[in-house]
Design a protein around this ligand. Sequence first.
Ligand code: BG6
Length: 481
Amino acid sequence: MSENLKKEIPDIPTIFVIFGITGDLARRKLIPALLDLYGKGFLPKRFSLVGFSRRTFSEEEFKNLLREYINDKNHSYNEKLVEEFIENSSYLQGFFDSEDGYKSLQKRLEEIDIGFGQCSNKLFYLAVPPSQYETIFKGIGKSELNKPCDDNTGWTRILVEKPFGNNTDTAIKLDKMLGKIFDEEQIFRIDHYLAKEALQNIMVFRFANGMFEPIWNRNHINSVHILFHEAEGLRTRGAFYDSVGLLRDVGQNHMLAMLSHVAMEEPKFLTAYYVRPERAKVLGALKKIKSSAIENQVIRGQYEGFQGEEGVAEGSETETFFSLKAYINNSRWRGVPFYMKSGKGLGNEKMEINVHFGMRNQRELSKYDCKGGCKCNVLTFRIQPNEGISISFWVKRPGFENEVESKRLNFSYEESGFGSMIPDAYERVLFDCIIGEQTLFSSTDEVKNSWKFITPILERWTKTPLHKYKKGSDGPVSKLF
Ligand code: BG6
C-alpha cells in the first residue's frame, strides 16, 4: 500500500472488537491481517483489540492463543513487534444472546476509552456463523453499542461476513434489521474476493485498455467460465459447512463477484457511489433458472467421505461441488453462457475466469493446419494462485509448412516483480473499513440481487441427483463443461 494512504488513517484511537475470536476466520485471516497492518504502520497509532467469545480464557491464555495464530503463518516480524501487538489485545468472555455479555463489553470499551483519554472509534467484526448475526445485531442495538460515544470524534462501524442471509427473504430481513441499528455508511458487508488484487485488475484491464471494449460482448465472446476449485476440504469447519453448503459459501458471493467484474458496465468513476450500482445492476440482470431447466443447467456433488467429517451430520446431502450455467439478460450478454464451477477437495486448486472468444468459421480456418484442432482464443484472469492474465493465440510453427500451434501471452504478478506487493484481501478489507471506504464491500442491492439468482436454485436443486466424486479428482463425472 502506498505511503500516501497513511494520511487517511484516523488519528483517533480505534478499538477492534472481534466476535468469534476463537474461530477459523480469526485464526487464519483476521489476526494475521491485523498484525500485517500493524507491522506496516497501517493501523491507527493507538489501537486496541478485544476478542469476544463464549469460551473461558485467562488473559494469558488468550495472549497465547494469539501467539499460536500468529506463529501458524509465516511472517517476518520480530518478537518485539509481535509482543507489542499482542499487548494491545484483551479478551472478554460472553454469550452472544445474553444482555450481560454486551453490558460487560460496554464496560470494557469505556475502560479502554478512559485509558486512551478520549472517545475512540469502534469497529465490530462479526467473525461468527451467519446463524448468529441476528442475535448479535439485536444485542448491539439493545445495548446501544451502535452509537458513537461522542458525536464529533469516535465513529462506530460494523463488518459482517458472508453469506449475508440464507436466501432472498432472510437477507432482506437481516438487512432491514441492520439498517435500523446502523446507517449505511457504518455498514461494511464483506465479500473478501472484492478485495482481491487480481479481481480489481479486471476492471482496469477491460476499461483502461481501449482494444477490449469493442469486442467485449455477445458478438465476439462465446462463453465465460468461472472456476473456483479448492484442493482443501473442510479444515475445522465441518458443522458450519454442513449448514451452509458450497453454493451459499462461495457461489452467492465470491463467484458472483468474479462474474460481476467481467460483465459489468464501466462505472463513471472508481468510487463506491458509481462502482457498487454497476456491480449490482449486472447481478440484477442474471436470468433466474427455471425449475424445468434445473437439470440441464445445474449439477451438484459431494466428495466421498464428506459425511464422515467432524461436525457433518450423518446422511448429509450438503453439496461440496456445483457447476451451473447462467445467462445475463442485457444487450451486451444476451445468449452468452456464463459457466460457474466450484468444488472442495478437488485436485487442481485454481480460482480463475476464462473468456472464450468466438472461433472464425471452419472454412476460413481450414487453410491452417491447427495442431490438435483449431480452438478459440481464451483470455484467462488468474485470481489465485499464480495471479496474472494470459491469452492463448495461434502462431505459425517455424518451417516450410503452414502448421500452426497454440501459445500463450502471459502476464504474471510474480514474474513482473509485483508478487510481493499484493496485499492480503483481509488487510485491504480492514484497512478500507478503518478509512471508511466502501467500494470493495457489497451494497444492499448486490446482496439482494445475488440471492435472487441463487435462491431459486437452492429451492429446486434438491430434486436433482447428488453426484459423488473422489477427493483429489476433477469433480463428478457428470459435468456441464
Ligand atoms: C471463504 C469460504 O469465504 O473463502 C471458504 O468460506 C473458502 O470456504 C475461502 O475456502 C477462500 O478464500 P481464499 O481467500 O482462501 O481464497
